[in-house]
Design a protein around this ligand. Structure first.
Ligand SMILES: N#Cc1ccc(Nc2nc(N)cc(-n3cnc(CCO)c3)n2)cc1
Length: 288
């Protein structure tokens, strides 16, 4: 169900780090079309050889990404298998993962953050309309295609990456590391994800975006402490911007029925007026 790419048509450049059970590299792929040789800059996502038993789930994530296309969905060119190497070949996204970008760029405006949250809500709505569950929405899986350039009136542009290996295939400890992005009901049933799970994760991701990339529950290192967060039905610290805190709180409802529809999420984001909050925010930073 997706394109296979010949190993010899791939070239590895520098390593760019790793995801869970995967390593990522900048690279190039070569195509021969109408007698011409074309090289394209790509991201090579390699499954760790000692997790090759997850190869089906690894490629399943790739295939769902290539079955549908959307401007805010990462493009996957195809896969390549060579010996015990399983490689997913993705479009290379210029500015990389959003979690690192948020940590690096300390003075992103409220309207920048709201713009990115709206793009995520838009692709979430598209996935729901296509009856596709992502299962791993978080800032680390958002990729920044274009930075903003206020002088040119250019706003940021993000794409949602593949979900990686299905959370049900991962060990208990990896599932625990996904607290609080993973919906509480999914802890017990990771193989039974729903669209409501993606909405919970959306809430945690918007919280991340508005907290300069500080992961929620940062410093809550011990797993049992993180479990308490769910057992005590706790919420993430609310933003001073009450309308935003309300939306995040709705998405991160412990009762699935209370989580808003994507339409409602988009409507609420569009009604968040940045002007007054931005002025308040700016004056705060000045007066502090
Ligand atoms: N310095 C730097 C730099 C690093 C990376 C990119 N580009 C890129 N393109 C992609 N298609 C996917 C990713 N990517 C990043 N982290 C993950 C794992 C979590 O999903 C995936 N990065 C660009 C610049």
């Amino acid at each position: 169900q997706f394109h296979t790419i010949k190993y010899e048509d791939l070239k590895w450049d520098e390593s760019l780090g790793q995801g869970s059970f995967t390593r990522i590299f900048k690279g190039e792929k070569t195509d021969y079309r109408d007698g011409e040789k074309h090289t394209t800059e790509v991201l090579l996502k390699e499954l760790d050889p000692d997790h090759k038993n997850c190869w089906e789930s690894f490629f399943e994530a790739a295939s769902f990404m290539s079955q549908i296309s959307h401007k805010h969905l990462l493009h996957v060119y195809g896969v390549s298998v060579h010996g015990d190497k399983n490689i997913m070949v993705q479009e290379f996204v210029k500015h990389g993962a959003l979690d690192l970008y948020l940590k690096r760029e300390k003075s992103l405006s409220v309207s920048w953050k709201l713009n990115v949250a709206k793009q995520l809500a838009c692709v979430l709505n598209f996935l729901e309309e296509q009856s596709i569950i992502h299962g791993n929405i978080c800032a680390k899986n958002l990729l920044l295609v274009r930075e903003e350039d206020p002088s040119q009136g250019i706003s940021p542009f993000i794409k949602l990456s593949d979900p990686g290996i299905n959370v049900a295939m991962l060990g208990k400890d990896v599932i625990m590391h996904r607290i609080p992005w993973i919906a509480p009901e999914s802890l017990a049933a990771p193989d039974n994800l729903t669209h409501e799970c993606d909405k919970w994760s959306f809430g945690a991701t918007v919280w991340e975006i508005f907290n300069n990339g500080n992961p929620p529950l940062q410093g809550w290192s011990l797993e049992e402490v993180k479990l308490k967060f769910y057992e005590n039905k706790q919420q993430l610290p609310p933003s001073q911007w009450t309308e935003l805190a309300d939306l995040i709180g709705q998405c991160m409802s412990y009762d699935l029925a209370f989580r808003p529809s994507c339409r409602s999420i988009i409507r609420q984001l569009n009604s968040l007026v940045t002007s007054d909050y931005e002025i308040l925010h700016a004056t705060e930073s000045v007066t502090q």
